[in-house]
Design a protein. Structure first.
Length: 269
C-alpha cells in the first residue's frame, strides 16, 4: 500500500484486514485465533516524515490490540519496519542518508522490533560497499549511541502524538471495516475497489510533489549536481528468488505498481 502511494490509513486498514484474513486461514487449518496471533508479524513501511510514521506505528499497535482482544488474547504486536522506497531519490543521492536515518528513528521510537533499511544508492539500481555499510551502521548507531530502544514508548503522553495516533487508528479502522464489509481483503483486491482507492491517494501524493507543497530535498528543494556514484555489479552469489506461487490458475487483481515520488518532479536536467 505504501509503495503504491497509499495513505497511512490505507496501510493500517490493509494491515488489519490481512491479519484477520490470516487468522481465518489459520483457524481453518485448526489453529485457534489466540494462538495464530503469536505467529503473525506486522510489516509496515516508514518514510522520512518521522512524526507521522511514529504515530502510524503506535496506531498499528492499538489496532492490533483491539483485534487481539476480540480473539481473547493479549499477545503484543510484533512489527518489522522497512524503509520506504518511494521516498528515495536518484538525484542528490546522498540526501537519502537523511531520509533513511529519519525512517529508522521513526521505527525505533514507534516501537518496531525490527528495522530494515535500504541502501542510499538503491534508486541508482544497486549498492556499493559504502551504501551497504551505511544501511547497517545507521541502525547500530541509533541503537548503541542514541539509545533509542531504551524507552518503551518515548512518544507516549505527548498530546501531538497521542492525538495523531488516535486519528490514524480511527482512520485505519474505518478502512479495515470497509474492506470487511466488502467480504475481506481478497474480495477487495479482486473487485479492484482497493486499487481504485489507492490510485486516488497516489495521484494526490504526486500532485503535492509537483506543486512544491511536499518538496523533495536535493530534487525540488536545493537541487545540486553530485559526482557520479559507482554501483557494484550484481554479486556473484546472488541467485534468482524461488517461485512461491501455488499450483492452479491465478485470479486477476489490479496490480499495485510501486512509485518513486522523485520521478514525478520535473527537476532533472
Amino acid at each position: 500500500m505504501h509503495e503504491a502511494g497509499g495513505t497511512e490509513a490505507q496501510e493500517l486498514g490493509v494491515m488489519a484486514a490481512a491479519v484477520v484474513a490470516y487468522l481465518r486461514a489459520l483457524e481453518a487449518a485448526g489453529i485457534a485465533p489466540a494462538e495464530g496471533l503469536k505467529r503473525i508479524v506486522l510489516g509496515l513501511s516508514a518514510d522520512a516524515r518521522y512524526p507521522v510514521q511514529i504515530a502510524k506505528l503506535r496506531a498499528a499497535r492499538a489496532i492490533w490490540a483491539r483485534i487481539a482482544e476480540a480473539c481473547g488474547s493479549d499477545a503484543p504486536a510484533v512489527i518489522e519496519v522497512r524503509s520506504s522506497a518511494r521516498m528515495l531519490a536518484d538525484r542528490g543521492v546522498h540526501n537519502n542518508l537523511l531520509r533513511l536515518t529519519a525512517a529508522a528513528f521513526a521505527g525505533a521510537v514507534g516501537g518496531a522490533q525490527a528495522v530494515v533499511l535500504d541502501s542510499f544508492t538503491a534508486p541508482l539500481g544497486g549498492d556499493n560497499p559504502l551504501s551497504r555499510r551505511q544501511a547497517r551502521n545507521t541502525q547500530l548507531i541509533l541503537m548503541e549511541e542514541s539509545h533509542l530502544g531504551r524507552v518503551a514508548d518515548p512518544a507516549g503522553g505527548a498530546f501531538f502524538f497521542e492525538q495523531l495516533t488516535d486519528d490514524l487508528a480511527r482512520a485505519g479502522w474505518a478502512v479495515f471495516q470497509a474492506i470487511e464489509a466488502e467480504g475481506g481483503l481478497a474480495a477487495a483486491l479482486l473487485s479492484g475497489s482497493l486499487a481504485d482507492d489507492v490510485a486516488g491517494a497516489r495521484e494526490a501524493l504526486i500532485a503535492s510533489t509537483r506543486d512544491g507543497s511536499a518538496p523533495i530535498l536535493g530534487v525540488s528543494l536545493y537541487p545540486a549536481d553530485e559526482d557520479p556514484v559507482t554501483i557494484d555489479p550484481r554479486p556473484a552469489h546472488a541467485v534468482p528468488a524461488p517461485d512461491v506461487r501455488q499450483a492452479g490458475a491465478d485470479d486477476a487483481c489490479t496490480p499495485f505498481a510501486p512509485t518513486r515520488l522523485s520521478d514525478h518532479v520535473e527537476a532533472h536536467p
